[in-house]
Design a protein around this ligand. Sequence first.
Ligand SMILES: *[C@@H]1O[C@H](CO)[C@@H](O)[C@H](O)[C@H]1NC(C)=O
Ligand SMILES: *[C@@H]1O[C@H](CO)[C@@H](O)[C@H](O)[C@H]1NC(C)=O
Ligand SMILES: *[C@@H]1O[C@H](CO)[C@@H](O)[C@H](O)[C@H]1NC(C)=O
Ligand SMILES: *[C@@H]1O[C@H](CO)[C@@H](O)[C@H](O)[C@H]1NC(C)=O
Ligand SMILES: *[C@@H]1O[C@H](CO)[C@@H](O)[C@H](O)[C@H]1NC(C)=O
Ligand SMILES: *[C@@H]1O[C@H](CO)[C@@H](O)[C@H](O)[C@H]1NC(C)=O
Ligand SMILES: *[C@@H]1O[C@H](CO)[C@@H](O)[C@H](O)[C@H]1NC(C)=O
Ligand SMILES: *[C@@H]1O[C@H](CO)[C@@H](O)[C@H](O)[C@H]1NC(C)=O
Ligand SMILES: [Cu+2]
Length: 593
Amino acid sequence: MRFQQIAGLCLAAFTSLSAGAAVRAEPIEKRATSTTTSAAASTTSAVADSSCKNGALTRACWSNGYSIATDFDQKFPTTGNTVTYNLELTNGTCNPDGHGSRLCLLINGQYPGPLIRATWGDNLVINVKNSMQDNGTSIHWHGVRQYHSPGMDGVNGLSECPLAPGDSKTYSFQVTQFGSSWYHSHYSSQYGDGIVGPMIFDGPASSNYDIDLGPYLLSDWYYPTAFQINSITSANLQAQGPPPNADTVLINGTNKNANGGGSYNQVTMQSGKKYRLRLINTSVDNYIRVSLDNHTMQVMTTDFIPVKPFTVQTLLLGIGQRYDVVINANQTAGNYWFRANTATDCLSANNFYGRAIWSYSTVTAGTPSTSEWTQPSTCLEPQAAAPYWVQPVPSGTFNTVAKNLDVSLTGAQVVPGGDTITVWALGNSSMNIDWEKPTLQYVMDGNTSYAPQLDIIPTTSEGSWNYWLIQQETGIPPIPHPIHLHGHDFFVLGQGSGTYSSSVALNYATPIRRDTATVPGAGWLAIAFNSNNPGAWLMHCHIAWHVSEGLAVQFLEAPSQITMPSTSAFETTCSNWDKYYQTAYWKKDDSGI
Ligand SMILES: *[C@@H]1O[C@H](CO)[C@@H](O)[C@H](O)[C@H]1NC(C)=O
Ligand SMILES: *[C@@H]1O[C@H](CO)[C@@H](O)[C@H](O)[C@H]1NC(C)=O
Ligand SMILES: *[C@@H]1O[C@H](CO)[C@@H](O)[C@H](O)[C@H]1NC(C)=O
Ligand SMILES: *[C@@H]1O[C@H](CO)[C@@H](O)[C@H](O)[C@H]1NC(C)=O
Ligand SMILES: *[C@@H]1O[C@H](CO)[C@@H](O)[C@H](O)[C@H]1NC(C)=O
Ligand SMILES: *[C@@H]1O[C@H](CO)[C@@H](O)[C@H](O)[C@H]1NC(C)=O
Ligand SMILES: *[C@@H]1O[C@H](CO)[C@@H](O)[C@H](O)[C@H]1NC(C)=O
Ligand SMILES: *[C@@H]1O[C@H](CO)[C@@H](O)[C@H](O)[C@H]1NC(C)=O
Ligand SMILES: [Cu+2]
């Protein structure tokens, strides 16, 4: 019976919430034991409603046989609803912290860009118009799997040609995941100048909460433009010097500057309520550690992956990483600082920070006098982040089949101008994308003679596992790198400092699963992912300066099985781009991504 199944499923989700150790392979109906246990284990005193609809006390439920226990790689709803957004990119100005107006690349006239929100299973249609005078663009939907739609990944040089000024593209894809993320330009370091915005896909959650506060974008911010900083960074790298420091950290797009201008983001809490906050790191260079004075945060996701809820005082975010947290407004009514500190232990500079004010509704909002939680001193992501459902990786094989991708500084040439400059490399080679000839063009042509600087690596065959050891070479600055993979999540089998040794115990049984993870400075990261999504997928360091300097590879997965984008739309974008680029004022001067 349909109703029974839904109810059973949702109760099962509660049971596993309380037990905290669901094994997904087991039929979930069997795990439903008793309503009483489930209700008692939920985070408030009210009882779950009998039909187990998604609600404040039943966030693990969804609908029609889908819940937090669904393996969304295998199964996701198809709602038949289409949600449409129009994004127009323009060249304007912004002044997010009151320091002064600067050039800013805006979306629909604003920075950060508008929220894109859809429901699990919807079709998203996003019409992007490039109304900038002097830059191409392509928009990437960070963390979106793009199952059967690799032509919508928005990476110029892989999935498409850049959109020329005046041109438009319709991105459309089905939402097969749920949670919080962001979208951003993948055209050189362009997103550092403003082309970023948040995304929410509504679905079930592994923690209960009363109120969804929505996205909380955290970003480093510079007074010069990203294109200016990028060229200084590139020059500094020749002498192995650090990039320029950021000037501030923006919380939800705002902060006060050093002279007191600008304004703090303000949040009002009602005593006794639980708030869901979606922390999204949209930085270009800096690791940020966030905390709310006197309040702990219950973490429920890592990127798009629901995790067994765990509680922290502070949370470290690498670029591109997201954590959804629940904050319980159960402290003395007052004003509290929300802090976004740069993480000096991750070699991020310490001369700037972001602040916001969180106030209880019963007090007058004002400057807090609260003290911060003790700040950790190690640059490590939370290790308690076990996925909500256990998904083991075949064990024991890593040391025999894993291949190396070394992170190094090399003297390769990236600039088309012919200068030989020092750049970052992944796997001995620095990426240099060809905007005019994206990887999917090779696939359409059936041409396997890939230019070597595209750094194309074939994946293992469909259904089998890929194991990679990403090792930072010794003798170069010990900078941590947030590594992001497109088209997949990966399993983090291990992370450590120094040189990886085969005697290290890796975690195959309950690995953290996410789409962005850190190679510690002078350390290593061991990852695995399953070939289950034909396409051309970028894997890169999300520090904008590093990917601009080539720290990337691309995996070409099952080229013969790729669902291709419409040939005519693809070719029109490319021919418009070719026409524009012949007379373009600015030319490509980095990896292109
Ligand atoms: C933005 O406008 C400035 C000033 O007119 C111009 O120099 C710059 O090239 C423009 N940038 C883009 C991306 O259109
Ligand atoms: C993009 O525009 C900026 C100015 O806004 C300029 O500095 C940069 O060189 C341009 N880059 C490309 C590759 O068009
Ligand atoms: C973030 O800013 C947006 C736009 O100003 C606002 O609507 C939203 O409430 C803010 N979010 C929080 C959590 O303060
Ligand atoms: C964002 O990530 C970067 C680099 O990974 C990091 O330096 C920065 O502190 C992070 N920001 C936040 C707010 O966590
Ligand atoms: C916050 O916590 C500190 C340390 O436990 C305590 O001394 C202080 O009174 C608390 N502040 C408020 C406003 O509750
Ligand atoms: C407040 O809520 C947190 C998180 O749910 C909990 O760990 C803590 O014990 C609570 N504190 C009080 C004073 O109720
Ligand atoms: C990189 O070079 C090293 C040393 O020459 C070699 O052992 C390794 O296999 C190379 N890696 C790749 C991915 O080509
Ligand atoms: C394959 O691509 C390479 C690199 O762009 C090009 O030089 C070659 O002519 C192409 N081969 C065919 C058969 O199209
Ligand atoms: Cu990096």
